[in-house]
Ligand binder design. Sequence first.
Ligand code: BGC
Length: 500
Amino acid sequence: MAMLSLQAVVLSALLQNAWSINSRFPPNFKFGAGSSAYQIEGGWNADGKGLNIWDRFVQEIPSPIMNNDTGNVAADSYRLWREDVKAAAQMKLQFYRFSLSWTRILPSGFTNEINKAGVKYYSDLIDALLAEGIEPVVTIYHWDLPVKISDLGGWTNPLIVNWFGDYARVVYSLYADRVKTWLTINEPNVMCDLFYNTGAYAPGIKEQVYGPFLCNKYVLLAHAKAYRIFAEEFRPKYIGRFSLAYHALWIEPATRRDAALAELGRQHQLGRYSYPIFSKRGGWPPSIEKLMLKVSLAEGYSESRLPSFTEDEIEFIKGTADFYGMNHYTSYLIRPSTPEDEPGIWFLTGSPELRATLFYPPGSSYGAASIFPVYPVGIRRMMAWVKRQYGDIDILITENGFSTSGYQLADFGRVNYIREYLEQVQLSIEVDNVSVIGYAAWSLIDSFEWTDGYTTKFGLYEIDFNDPNRTRTPRLSANYYACVIAARSLDVKDSCWCED
Ligand code: BGC
């Protein structure tokens, strides 16, 4: 016993030593934070902006949003964006990820009209960030689809491929001189599911048979279109690196017997959206293509509900990313469904196609958004999986964060979360040799949290939503994160204030 504990002491001393040698983040690793247009901007009808699906969804009666909240004003970043830049500069962020509101730039969604005030808004924001030495990382689309396009079928209509391409072309012509990192579409996997399958998010369509799968195909083609327009029309003049921001939920087998199911689950959740772009072969992940055909025929359909690609489409999509954008929050366990289970519909519950159920890892802790168990090792396993699947590609963590509720500046839970997840990121870099090039904390400031309204808060900066000035106040986590950034290391105190 005494012998064992001596070994343990020596081992831990060795590990600590090794740890302290490598505790600094590599020089190419960048720290940032993120936001999205609908969640922070407000100004829903200001200066010629057109209507998007969230502007309309929040007006439904009864309201689909907690407390009847809306994003009409939100953090008022349309007016107060200089305060956001100030917050980002206070923490010495190296990049700020924000999204463009499609209808603020193109009010109808189409190129017939360009809204000068909207164009200027983002142009000023980009200039102000650059003046502070903060790189703008721009998401072209983060869920706020123009209503006109949505009413024509949105992401299930093949014509969206060209409409999105047209929008992207306008955006490049305005900002590609200053923006070098682009995320075309935020979380296509969550979007297709919550928009068209569960219908929990705007536009609220519950069509589980074809909805999510048509969206899956056209979102990939639309992304590829935007990528290729840049490559052909802008690349000669401008540098630009592209990806999507995937919702990368790590799925583990509940028991050893479930290992194959877990892999199928990952392919169904994430592979369907990233294999066509990042794999050498292109097209759908073979295991999913096979499964979907089998399930669809058994259900009596004449062909797979997962629409096929032509050879040209496969080639068109393949290779259209320069890095892997990864939003990662949490991990789930998977097991085969039983007859007692609620019929699974995919995101965070399970899948009828797989006959699988997802559930929380036992013993996990949670933030306020109780669908997100805290499971730090999941981020490392997720990144190792991406490397195994698609090779040694750069990974940019485009979102990672912890939710709280109520007003709370001393957010120790968020500090712990950031530290524990970043520890795992360091292990990915140093032990697994994964090329992680940066990390964006979600989110810079408290935001409209979709159907949770303002009850759930992810911000490093707190906002009082009852205060017309929407004052931004740094939480403990903002100070902690600023210290990590200054030290480029996790070797800082949890209750560190920037002046320490
Ligand atoms: C979305 C964000 C959202 C966050 C926290 C992500 O899936 O991209 O818009 O705020 O989750 O719920």
